[in-house]
Design a protein around this ligand. Structure first.
Ligand code: T3D
Length: 267
């Protein structure tokens, strides 16, 4: 039986179930290093919204076709993106970043090659990054006279700290995969031939994890920098109350007591 995910036709992306529970979005304009052409942002947004509603999807992986992850905004094919940038960002990038933020399921960027500009911004907006040893992280904005966008000014300092974010954004410091893991920008590094297997290993682990707890944990971490300790303790108490009455908690306890592996439902 084909799913809604596999039935729909796209121009700038591919969308498929990689393994049971794991949907894969492939940015698919390899001749332009998968640069965003407008259609691509719209299709990624649509794919993420479908993934959010699809019970069969537990985790989403985003990657690029060919040798790049994504070279950011297409600087040739989308004239509108160069003449009214503010509107372009609002109408093309914002919905995509918001769809990712409200996915409610774990997201992984499988960074197969260079990730530049908004391409790097998309990778760091995902919950986790598995990078090929061939990957490179290039903020790119300042090289063409721009400030960071697509959530990069928000996500980059949260991952690497303000000082290192400033170094990447203003001193043109690009990172290899090995540097990126040392800076905390990526979660794992893998040889190119092992990248897919290592990513799916992590995705499958997440797909079988207690996803209600994942969702609340992600939200708590994202809020934490803006909360006082008192507010964080209150949020922990409230969310632990919810997690503590979930199916998955009872299953986790039963599995521990009977010395078997838990089967979580995300409920
Ligand atoms: O404008 C707005 O609306 C605001 C939004 C901004 C968001 C942003 O993302 S701003 C940043 C935009 N991106 C860049 O500035 C990166 C530009 N690309 C590069 O610096 C380099 O291509 C890379 C470092 C990414 C890779 O270098 P390399 O040497 O591996 O490949 P290459 O030879 O430069 O590129 C290969 C082909 O891809 C080439 O086409 P060709 O000559 O084979 O026909 C190149 O023109 C094309 N390409 C690469 N990046 C883009 C692109 N085509 C269109 N747009 C691109 N961004």
């Amino acid at each position: 039986m084909t799913t809604e995910i596999e039935n729909k036709k796209y121009q700038s992306i591919l969308y498929e179930m990689a393994t049971p529970g794991v949907a894969k979005i492939v940015l698919n304009r390899p001749d332009a290093l998968n640069a965003f052409d407008g259609k691509m942002q719209q299709e990624v947004t649509q794919a993420l919204r479908i993934a959010k509603d699809a019970a069969e999807v537990k985790v989403v992986v985003i990657t690029g076709a060919g040798r790049a992850f994504c070279a950011g905004q297409d600087l040739v094919a989308s004239p509108a993106s160069l003449t009214d940038i503010e509107n372009w960002l609002r109408t093309m990038y914002r919905p995509m970043l918001q769809a990712l933020d409200t996915l409610g399921k774990p997201s992984l960027a499988m960074v197969n090659g260079v990730a530049a500009g908004a391409g790097m911004a998309l990778a760091i907006a995902c919950d986790f990054r598995v990078a090929s040893t061939k990957a490179k992280f290039i903020t790119a904005f300042a090289k063409i006279g721009l400030v960071p966008d697509s959530g990069m000014s928000y996500n980059l300092p949260r991952l690497v700290g303000v000082g290192r974010a400033q170094e990447m954004l203003s001193l043109g410091r690009d990172l290899t995969a090995d540097e990126a893991i040392n800076w905390g920008l990526v979660t794992r590094v893998a040889a190119p031939e092992e990248l897919e297997a290592r990513t799916l290993e992590m995705a499958n682990y997440l797909a079988n994890s207690p996803l209600l707890a994942y969702k609340m944990t992600r939200s708590m971490l994202h809020q934490s920098l803006d909360l006082s300790l008192d507010e964080a303790l209150t949020l922990e108490e409230k969310n632990q109350g919810i997690a503590g009455s979930s199916h998955d908690f009872h299953e986790g306890i039963a599995a521990f007591q009977t010395k078997r592996a838990p089967v979580f439902k995300g409920e």
